[in-house]
Design a binder for this molecule. Sequence first.
Ligand code: FES
Length: 70
Amino acid sequence: MSKVQIKVNDNGSLRVTGDFEVIDVEGNVFPTKEAVSLCRCGLSSKKPFCDGSHKGNFQSVDRALPASDE
Ligand code: FES
């Protein structure tokens, strides 16, 4: 089983890779491939998946902060 990774793309989607399932609130599984891009801008017409509508319409650049030693 491969580790699931979620990459927060600049100004766009969440790219998910690894061994995962995307399910709806009732537990039904969306058909997916080995990697998916999830919409985080709210503009996609194919939610929960990204359809590219974010391009030029969404800005978010997020970086993980290093863990503190406390
Ligand atoms: S993140 Fe791509 S359409 Fe929303």
